[in-house]
Write a protein that binds this ligand. Structure first.
Ligand SMILES: O=C(O)CCC(=O)C(=O)O
Length: 267
């Protein structure tokens, strides 16, 4: 029998109608690099998503295996499990995402877009950034499909590390913290972000973060998506790696490029 989530003594905020302070959310996110939206996705929807994630893992298609050869990740999530859109469009999630990114938001299909279950003993992904540099940044969204605790491997992140300069390293592009000597010691400053089922951890994709080690016998299922503001250059006829989450998508860039005459023109 699994122990209920017990890391917080205050009651969960209601999943809907919970007023968030625009100023505080934005100020905390910009300084610390992350923001946890507690209990934002209804538990029933999380149960459906857990079950669908399990089915997709069993299918063996586009599944990754951990260091003990157990299936642990499925890619191309939004195509395989459309209920992910309902989770992202939960009222409280959209409230906070709109504060951080504005009214028009896209989901990126070629970064993250996966569901993961970390099982006992798997040490997960080591400290890294999800993008190399702020110049093409993302908002990473981790949806907790079950209670996430330190014991079952909560994501660990290094607050404020999104301010550290981008460092180009051979082969891996500088996204791995332990490959940069000056940054490696920051692991000691990391904190684990825990929360009840349905919580959503949002962070600047240049914030160094890692999977915690799961020391329980339960899985820790999460979904991970990359979001960004749909800005005036998002729409292009050079191909589209995005799908609209909310708002509108408009192009105000180079008109020639949009008309298909863009070769050699800055788009
Ligand atoms: O498993 C986690 O807690 C974090 C996963 C992660 O960092 C990633 O998918 O890039």
């Amino acid at each position: 029998m699994k122990a209920p989530f017990a890391a917080h003594t205050r009651p969960n905020p209601p999943a809907t109608g919970h007023a968030v302070s625009r100023v505080l959310v934005d100020a905390h996110f910009r300084r610390a690099g992350y923001y946890l939206v507690r209990s934002a996705v209804p538990p029933e929807l999380c149960a459906t998503l857990r079950q669908k994630l399990g089915t997709e893992l069993e299918s063996g298609h586009d599944v990754r295996y951990d260091d003990q050869l157990r299936p642990y990740r499925v890619d191309f999530l939004v195509d395989r499990v459309p209920e992910v859109w309902n989770a992202l469009r939960s009222e409280l999630v959209l409230d906070v995402v709109r504060i951080l990114l504005g009214p028009n938001v896209d989901v990126v299909l070629n970064r993250h877009n996966h569901g993961t279950i970390n099982q006992r003993g798997y040490s997960g992904v080591r400290f890294h950034r999800d993008v190399k540099s702020w110049s093409r940044n993302l908002l990473t969204a981790v949806i907790f499909l079950d209670d996430v605790t330190e014991a079952n491997g909560a994501t660990r992140l290094v607050p404020t590390s999104h301010y550290l300069p981008s460092v180009e390293q051979p082969f891996h592009g500088g996204t791995w913290m332990d490959e940069v000597d000056e940054y490696a010691f920051l692991e000691d400053q990391a904190l684990a972000v825990t929360g009840p089922v349905g919580s959503v951890l949002l962070f600047d994709a240049t914030l160094f973060h890692a999977t915690g080690v799961n020391s329980t016998n339960e899985e820790r299922p999460i979904l991970t998506l990359g979001l960004h503001a749909s800005d005036e250059l998002s729409v292009s006829n050079y191909g589209d790696n995005h799908q609209q989450l909310c708002g509108t998508r408009a192009h105000h860039g180079n008109a020639l490029a949009m008309a298909g005459k863009g070769a050699g023109v800055h788009d």
